[in-house]
Design a protein around this ligand. Structure first.
Ligand code: AMP
Length: 426
């Protein structure tokens, strides 16, 4: 039978890698004081399609459903919108409210490498903090996570929606076209300058296109870029955006992560709800795969869902892209089982079960033969399952309090005392 388009099965080899990614991310999130939250996969259509939320383009990609009572529903598109609903309806939550959520989301997208219709996001958000301290902390978490996952060649692109708002205001671009302009700008790296220009010319005057281009293609150090932006932008909102970035970079310096941050005025991000700094983490050499994490500040979203005015900022890791990159870089394990306890003959089968139970008590992941196989077949199974060690229990050895321990990767065997088995394997 066929699978639904754009969704995947994860065999144990993939799951073991994915779970190790989840556990690294969780460990880092919790080390910064973020706590877990879970929300339903299904939300009301009203919530998912609210104006000022995901934005028109994204709403087109929502998996839409109707229940038997005729209610309009949809599968969540991201983890930020459900979080904003939770915050809006639980005003008693102490602030800052710092939570993480690692869960599935669904988007009806064109499928290609690194892009699926069902995928996992690992999301962290800080609610209730207006200061750039929260954004800087989020970026420090991202850097730590990517380092802990074993990446060393990564950077985080940084921009501010207020800077882009200021730019469009200076160029007298109509409010209703602004978001379409942002979406076009965001494709600069993917489509190249010519195609983006063509797209922009459909939306705004030629002169404004030139103005946009001059700004979004600025290059230089972070300090140079901000100094140039400060000179070029005239509107108050644009200047405020620059000040926020300056503050963010200065706090990032205290975390020692400023070397990872690159101001890029062509970063716009595709979702409507951003209102301040926006960020995207990219792995050097893997730019084609797209960003491995993306996010930003969204100070209006909680209010849109009926809550009090509540500032908020956060980021989502795309687990699929991290997994794809790590699959090429780390040795995959086919099983979590550490040890197979094999019986050399029929008469020791009960001893094998007892020994396995004892070793499990010692904290080892242990498997035994359930198929009534001969020793050679048991060893073949352990080998094909990728179990790194086998203990071979024989009657004569057991009488002396020893077993044979076989290292399946090195293909060597030695005698060890039963008591010392846990100490003899890595
Ligand atoms: P977004 O919510 O669009 O900001 O996406 C956040 C992160 O999710 C991105 O940086 C990607 O790594 C990942 N992502 C977005 N769309 C997909 C998709 N269709 N399939 C897999 N990962 C995705």
């Amino acid at each position: 039978m066929e699978r639904v388009k754009g969704v995947r099965d994860f065999l144990p080899k993939d799951m073991i890698l994915r779970e190790s990614i989840f556990s690294t991310l969780k460990r880092v999130f919790e080390s910064f004081g973020f706590d877990p939250l879970e929300t339903p996969a299904i939300e009301t259509w009203e919530l998912l399609s609210a104006k000022g939320g995901l934005g028109e383009e994204a709403v087109k990609d929502i998996f839409r459903l109707r229940d038997k009572a005729g209610r309009e529903l949809g599968l969540r598109f991201d983890l930020t919108v459900p979080l904003a609903r939770v915050v809006a309806s639980n005003p008693q939550l102490p602030k800052p409210f710092k939570r993480y959520q690692i869960s599935r989301v669904w988007r009806y997208e064109e499928i290609r490498k690194g892009r699926y219709r069902e995928f996992w996001q690992a999301d962290i958000d800080t609610i209730g903090v207006r200061s750039m301290r929260a954004d800087a902390e989020i970026l420090a978490v991202v850097v730590k996570c990517l380092e802990e996952l074993g990446f060393d060649d990564f950077y985080i692109k940084l921009n501010n929606r207020k800077v882009l708002d200021g730019l469009t205001e200076d160029l007298s671009i109509a409010r209703r076209s602004r978001f379409a302009v942002f979406r076009a700008i965001d494709k600069l790296e993917k489509l190249g300058a010519e195609r983006v220009k063509e797209e922009l010319e459909k939306l705004i005057e030629k002169q404004a296109v030139e103005g946009v281009f001059k700004f979004i293609t600025l290059k230089g150090s972070n300090e140079e870029m901000l100094a140039r932006a400060e000179q070029m932008l005239r509107s108050e909102v644009g200047k405020q955006g620059v000040r926020e970035l300056e503050e963010l970079l200065s706090i990032a310096g205290i975390y020692g992560i400023e070397g990872r941050l690159r101001i890029d005025f062509s970063l716009a991000r595709g979702l409507d709800y951003y209102t301040g700094p926006i960020f995207e983490a990219v792995i050097g050499g893997a730019e084609r795969l797209g960003s491995v994490a993306g996010g930003g500040r969204y100070d209006k979203l909680v209010e849109i869902y009926g809550g009090p005015p509540t500032p908020a900022t956060g980021i989502s890791f795309g687990v699929e892209r991290l997994a794809e990159l790590l699959r090429e870089r780390v040795e995959l394990r086919a099983t979590k089982t550490k040890l197979f306890v094999a019986s050399a003959t029929e008469e020791v089968r009960q001893d094998v079960l007892r020994l396995a139970q004892k070793l499990r008590k010692d904290g080892l992941a242990v498997e035994t033969d359930l198929m009534g196989r001969k020793l050679r077949k048991q060893l073949e199974y352990a080998d094909s399952a990728g179990i790194p060690y086998v203990v071979i229990v024989g009657r004569e050895e057991l009488g002396r309090g020893v077993v044979r321990l076989r290292d399946m990767r090195k293909r060597v065997e030695k005698e060890v005392e039963v008591e010392r088995i846990p100490l003899s394997i890595d």
